[in-house]
Design a protein around this ligand. Structure first.
Ligand code: SER
Length: 316
């Protein structure tokens, strides 16, 4: 990895991944790709090049790839699960047509490609606990459909054309810099903001609903570590289960209350988000990622909570 293009560099993952890559790879160009209206600002704009790279515009992507001799593309453009149900046609356009554009450019210019997959690939017929790496993927959301399709298409480009595609199934990602964009797991981010602002938190997900979650530093480490991994060891490619913690709203609430005893929460369950959450696993088995590229998370719920509260207090 030397010259890298991040498509969706101003989103929740992209903002932090771009900066992390610029810290680690100082010799090449780490190009922040963006769409009009989502221009990089602040540190992101000041620390490296930025270019228009709309995933729906294959020529634009090809121009940036050619200009900077890009060897690796991080394709982070997506509509998250809840918002994709409101705009399923756009979710397909970005998630599937957009990925096709990226893979075609990668085929022509010999780039490696990382495209996040998600716990959203799983559905009601998938084993719920310690969900295996290779199992039933039958989502009923447009987000899940595009993620399963994305995994299959990425594997196809590897098998058929030798494009070096790799991916992980991200759980809900918790972070304090850029907000997530309309996912089912967003409550686990919003709860920290409410706690630090001194607000009562209204939780849209019911007590007892377990989902896998991960702190952003571990997610960034996974994305970079996998792209650096020795290809000879990879049995799987698109996409690896990765896991670090699983909790329900009560558990995260009680964990925050250890540090903020006056914090309060009530429930107002959102039927759409709840039905999506109910169709997803309680926890994933990430043995393959551990064996094939030494995946190892650092944060658990408590270390994440302490860090999130400290970072948010400093920012808000
Ligand atoms: N965080 C995503 C969502 O909730 C799951 O990958 O949509």
């Amino acid at each position: 990895m030397k010259n890298v293009l991040i498509i969706g560099s101003t989103g929740q993952i992209g903002t932090e991944l771009t900066l992390e890559l610029r810290k680690r790879y100082t010799e090449g160009n780490i190009v922040a790709g963006y769409i009009p209206g989502a221009e990089p600002k602040g540190e992101l704009a000041e620390t490296g090049p930025a270019e228009l790279a709309d995933i729906t515009n294959d020529k634009q992507i090809a121009e940036v790839v050619s200009k900077y001799k890009i060897d690796t593309i991080y394709n982070l453009a997506a509509l998250l699960s809840a918002v994709a149900e409101a705009k399923p046609q756009l979710a397909w356009k970005v998630g599937m047509d957009g990925l096709f554009n990226v893979l075609e450019v990668a085929r022509q210019y010999h780039c490696a490609v990382f495209t996040p997959s998600s716990i959203g690939v799983f559905g009601n017929n998938t084993p719920k606990d310690k969900t295996p790496q290779d199992t039933i993927r039958n989502p009923r959301t447009m987000y899940g459909v595009t993620k399963v399709g994305g995994e299959l298409l990425s594997d196809y480009y590897y098998i058929r054309f030798g494009v070096d595609t790799r991916s992980v199934r991200f759980p809900g990602l918790i972070s304090y810099i850029a907000p997530p964009g309309g996912g089912t797991t967003d409550y686990a981010v919003d709860i920290y903001y409410a706690a630090v602002r001194g607000d009562r938190f209204v939780c849209p997900i019911a007590a007892g609903t377990f989902m896998d979650m991960m702190y952003m530093p571990d997610a960034l480490h996974a994305a970079i570590r996998l792209m650096e991994a020795d290809p000879a060891r990879l049995i799987h490619r698109n996409a690896f289960n990765i896991a670090s913690m699983s909790f329900d709203p009560e558990i995260i609430y009680q964990n925050i209350r250890q540090y903020m005893p006056d914090f309060t929460m009530e429930y107002d369950v959102d039927p759409l988000r709840q039905s999506i959450a109910d169709s997803w696993p309680n926890s994933l088995d990430d043995t393959c990622a551990r064996e094939e590229w030494d995946w190892q998370p650092v944060y658990d719920l408590d270390t994440m909570t302490r860090d999130m509260l400290a970072k948010l207090k400093a920012r808000i």
